[in-house]
Design a binder for this molecule. Structure first.
Ligand SMILES: C[S@@+](CC[C@H](N)C(=O)[O-])C[C@H]1O[C@@H](n2cnc3c(N)ncnc32)[C@H](O)[C@@H]1O
Length: 231
């Protein structure tokens, strides 16, 4: 089923790389915690097809430099790089072992224009080389929206986008995140429902950066998570 789905997307030439990366994740998963999804087809759908659902957003087409924040075992950033070789991808996570695994995989697979960085989002976005420099910041399963806006938006250049990958029930989080979104210079563009095989329904929250983020954000000391803006 996966092969047919990626053929439909015109990505059949990438099939070998998807299989290669999956083997690496599953092999490493025996010695460290990378994913609870180990069954083949479930992995293909929940990790690969879900990550690739971002390509349905037309705003993604012109993106050159993207950051995947809280990438874990590389989702969605790694599959996006496999699918779009001209994309410059930074994979960010605060767990060093996961970033070490990703950098080893990048090297072994001979990929260029992709790197893993071990840091906390709130600290890295204060550095000049990273602040407001990305065309796109993605994030899946990292935090609630109000917190996530404070993690992600400082990295996005004005005119760029952030996409939060969420489950089906998102209304409450969207409401709660409104103050944070406005404070940090974001504007909600679209809430797109995505249907995946096995009747899985996910939601993509597409936000545009319309104004620069005030210098005092993100706040230090774990505040974005403990005390989200507006809550
Ligand atoms: C539940 S995992 C999700 C991983 C991946 N995005 C996925 O969907 O499979 C959340 C990841 O976010 C990372 N993370 C959480 N807070 C972070 C922060 N403030 N800065 C960087 N990484 C963070 C964690 O270390 C963890 O690997």
């Amino acid at each position: 089923m996966f092969k047919e789905e990626i053929e439909k997307m015109g990505l059949e030439s990438c099939y070998g790389d998807f299989e290669d990366f999956k083997s690496r994740v599953l092999e490493k998963n025996k010695v460290m915690n990378l994913t609870t999804i180990t069954e083949d087809e479930e992995f293909n759908i929940k990790h690969f097809l879900d990550s690739l659902s971002l390509l349905k957003l037309e705003q993604i087409q012109g993106v050159k430099r993207m950051l995947d924040l809280g990438t874990g075992a590389g989702f969605p950033g790694f599959p996006l790089k496999i699918a779009k070789r001209d994309l410059d991808v930074t994979l960010l996570d605060s767990l060093k072992k996961r970033i070490d695994f990703l950098n080893e995989s990048i090297e072994d697979m001979g990929l260029e224009g992709i790197k893993g960085i071990h840091a906390r989002a709130e600290e890295l976005s204060r550095k000049e080389d990273y602040r407001e420099t990305f065309d796109l910041v993605t994030s899946r399963a990292v935090a609630n929206l109000a917190t996530l806006y404070e993690y992600c938006l400082p990295f996005v250049r004005v005119g760029g986008y952030m996409v939060a990958m969420k489950g089906p029930d998102i209304e409450g989080e969207l409401q709660e995140g409104q103050t944070a979104l406005k404070t940090l210079g974001g504007e909600l563009v679209e809430v797109r429902k995505v249907d995946l095989p096995l009747d899985i329904e996910h939601t993509l929250i597409l936000v545009k950066k319309v104004k620069t983020t005030p210098k005092k954000y993100p706040r230090a000391g774990g505040k974005p998570r403990k005390n989200p803006i507006g809550l």
